[in-house]
Design a binder for this molecule. Structure first.
Ligand code: G3P
Ligand code: CA
Length: 241
């Protein structure tokens, strides 16, 4: 089985993360999957960004949840990465999904609900209502560091695949896995390497697998996938194994 290469926040290593250019690049580089993060704006729009605040990657400051979509759209989300990306905007979930549909993407779409630091009221219902309306040819995998979010999502969509995200596996995480809501583990690669842990029934997709050594480690063990900032480089390494 060929390990899937999943682009972390798009091709984050070479494009401004979680922007349309980063997702376009991931597709161009032949990524088997795309990972991204969703939050909610003050006026209830589903917003694609990693952090809870806009400070690190945009021209603005403050929390996503304290801004309207119109306010978020005025920010520049590209120039932090390089002047050539000046004018790149924060995308909505709809814009990302429509891009994947337009590009005829048929891989894995891993949507992480960023609900571990802020509890956005109703985000699970909104994500699931929106995604269920779309006619997509890609496979959806929902993940979160916040198990309660996955429980809610699973109650709404029991047939979709769920992944448990963790840095360190706790007793609770193991119990949660046994609940059978989650089929996949998306652990920190450092945890995987420290524990050399591998359960045959769990689809393992560690993050963030960026070094050649970590990539080879995962490819040789035939993990289901890796989540990487460099899908292009990962493809070359996978081919050479
Ligand atoms: O989904 C894997 C990875 O994205 C989780 O960590 O902080 O990059 O969202 P983070
Ligand atoms: Ca993420």
């Amino acid at each position: 089985m060929l390990t899937k290469i999943i682009a972390h926040r798009g091709s984050k290593g070479i494009r401004p993360e979680n922007t349309l250019p980063a997702f376009e690049k991931a597709i161009e580089e032949g990524a088997d999957g795309i990972e991204t993060d969703v939050h909610m704006s003050k006026d209830g729009h589903l917003i694609i960004m990693h952090d809870e605040t806009v400070d690190r990657t945009t021209s603005g400051t403050g929390r996503i949840y304290d801004k309207t979509l119109m306010e978020l759209k005025q920010l520049d989300a590209g120039s932090y990465f390089g002047y050539e990306y000046l004018g790149t905007r924060i995308p909505t979930l709809n814009e990302v999904v429509q891009l994947l549909i337009k590009k005829k993407f048929t891989g894995l779409f891993n949507l992480e609900l960023k609900t571990d630091k802020i509890q956005y009221p109703g985000i699970e219902e909104k994500v699931s209502a929106y995604m269920n309306q779309q006619k997509v040819s890609f496979q959806i995998v929902y993940s979160s560091f916040h198990p309660q979010s996955l429980v809610k999502m699973h109650a709404l969509n029991p047939s979709i695949e769920y992944a448990s995200l963790f840095k360190v596996q706790t007793k609770f995480a193991r119990k949660f896995y046994r609940s059978r809501i989650v089929k996949d583990w998306h652990p920190d690669i450092r945890w995987v390497r420290a524990h050399r842990f591998f359960l045959p029934h769990v689809q393992l997709r560690p993050w963030t697998v960026n070094s050649s050594e970590d990539m080879r480690y995962c490819f040789k063990r035939h993990f289901d996938g890796i989540i990487t900032d460099y899908p292009g480089r990962a493809g070359i390494i996978r081919q050479a194994i």
